[in-house]
Design a protein around this ligand. Structure first.
Ligand code: PLP
Length: 461
């Protein structure tokens, strides 16, 4: 299996190389040269299998010869052993033909654990075999950071730095990053918003002297392996609702377009998905783009669903690549226009996007109202991100079963949940002492040279 860049001007890589590299050297994102198809009978055969077994069968063709079957199976088993639910991604019914896919039973209580726990295992196995060390730098809107630290803490082969927007993550999210005691992980509080964090991260990847000097690797959803791990739960959910014999739709709370893009890959592999519904909060650039064709960032307005407070949505580039017939030059052109303020999606590309994607948005008031309603009517305590999804899903209920992704545990966002319902959700027992642990934070300005210096000093120390 070979991987190509969405901008068409970077070396073609293997799975392992693309995983260890992160961003392509032409600024693009790696995608498989071809999407392997899964036959209907092979999809039907997934029914009744464990999550780990489905994960193996769905991901195996993408991985090529990076790992043997036995190795890959063992790494998957280790990745999901620490989850707090036997099904890993259980499905519960909310309304007639409307289901909630609970993706928050991993160690840091958000869906990011599904990919990050696996990536931690894959990185360690690959780096140990190669005898190499890497420096992982990540940007987080709140949940990727803790998931990465949890997955990589204490490993010899990696030094981890996470940039998060100072003052714009919940207290639980911050403490999950700042109270990790292992010395190979570092939380950097940047003065700015998530888009600033992600922009500095991309700058570091485009500074080849720095990139090569510290052996920079990325675990944001720009990393293909992240997206791949998330394809799996689309299969487990759809199959348990009758796929491949029955089509299913998904409603996905979206920021960086990574999670929903994984659903698109599942569809391209042959899973019968009718619609993939993009659900945004008030930072609704993806909803506006799918409605009008204009991709025009307006600046982030902080919301009660902070993990989706994003206006420059990295993985949308992967969707554009396909919508433009895999024309890397056309995508490169759009991204150059984005640097200058925004771009317009061509009519043909927009029509192609709309074949797979629908969209909606939830205001702050609508999000709060849905948290309250879900508790009162469905008996479910939703995190604000999941509530954005359930709100948008209301416009799409019908004959096709609809699955809304519950992306985080309500206890990660206790203030928003308490404001809406009067109930303050408790952290699971294993995290009950989170607020007693000492914090370790480094403040950084939104200044590339200083961030790079800090990382170099730490890595060379
Ligand atoms: C990351 C995150 C999202 C958005 O996921 P994307 O892949 O960036 O679209 C939604 N909800 C929660 C809780 C998250 O942590």
């Amino acid at each position: 299996m070979q991987y190509v860049s969405t901008r068409g001007a970077a070396p073609v890589l293997t799975f392992e190389e693309a995983m260890l590299t992160g961003l392509a050297r032409d600024g693009g994102l790696y995608v498989p040269a071809e999407i392997p198809a899964m036959k209907a009978e092979d999809i039907a055969a997934l029914a009744g299998l464990s999550y780990e077994e489905v994960a193996f069968r769905v991901m195996r063709p993408f991985v090529g010869d990076a790992f043997t079957d036995t190795e890959f199976g063992d790494l998957i088993a280790r990745a999901y052993a620490g989850f707090g639910h036997a099904a890993r991604a259980p499905l519960v019914q909310l309304q007639p033909n409307h289901f909630l896919l609970e993706l928050f039973h991993g160690p840091t209580l958000a869906f990011k654990d599904f990919a990050m726990q696996l990536i931690g295992q894959l990185f360690e196995a690959a780096l140990t075999r190669r005898g190499e060390r890497v420096t992982i730098v990540g940007a987080t809107s709140g949940d990727t950071g803790s998931a990465a630290m949890e997955a990589f803490r204490g490993l010899d082969a990696v030094e981890v730095f996470i940039l998060y927007p100072h003052g714009r993550v919940s207290d639980v999210q911050r403490r999950q990053m700042t109270t990790v005691s292992e010395k190979n992980v570092h939380a950097l509080a940047l003065t700015g918003d998530f888009d600033d964090c992600q922009a500095r991260l991309k700058d570091m990847f485009n500074d080849f002297a720095f990139r090569d000097g510290v052996r920079l690797a990325g675990v944001n959803s720009i990393n293909w392996a992240r997206v791949l791990a998330q394809v799996v739960y689309y299969f487990t959910a759809a199959v348990s609702l009758g796929a491949p014999h029955r089509a299913v739709s998904f409603c996905v709370p979206t920021g960086n377009f990574g999670d929903i893009f994984a659903g698109y890959i599942a569809k391209r592999m042959g899973l019968p998905i009718e619609k993939l519904i993009v659900a945004t909060n008030q930072n609704d650039i993806l909803h506006r783009t799918l409605s009008s064709g204009d991709y025009a960032p307006t600046g982030v307005v902080p919301s009660i669903s902070p993990s989706m407070d994003i206006q420059v949505s990295s993985n949308f580039e992967r969707a554009l690549f396909d919508a433009y017939g895999r024309d890397g030059r056309a995508v490169g052109q759009l991204m150059a226009e984005l640097k200058a303020g925004g771009f317009h999606v061509s009519q043909g590309a927009l029509e192609r996007l709309r074949e797979d994607f629908a969209s909606g948005r939830a205001s702050e008031a609508e999000t709060s109202a849905m948290i309250a309603r879900a508790k009162a009517e469905f008996g479910e305590l939703l995190c604000p991100h999941s509530a954005v999804g359930v709100h948008v899903a209301q416009d799409h209920l019908g004959a096709t079963p609809l699955v809304t992704l519950a992306t985080a545990h309500p206890a990660k966002f206790p203030d928003a949940v308490e404001d809406a319902t009067g109930i303050r959700p408790a952290l699971p027992p294993r995290m009950a002492d989170l607020f007693d642990r000492p914090e370790r934070i480094t403040r950084v300005e939104n200044d590339l040279a200083r961030i790079e210096q800090l990382i170099r000093d730490e890595v060379m120390a």
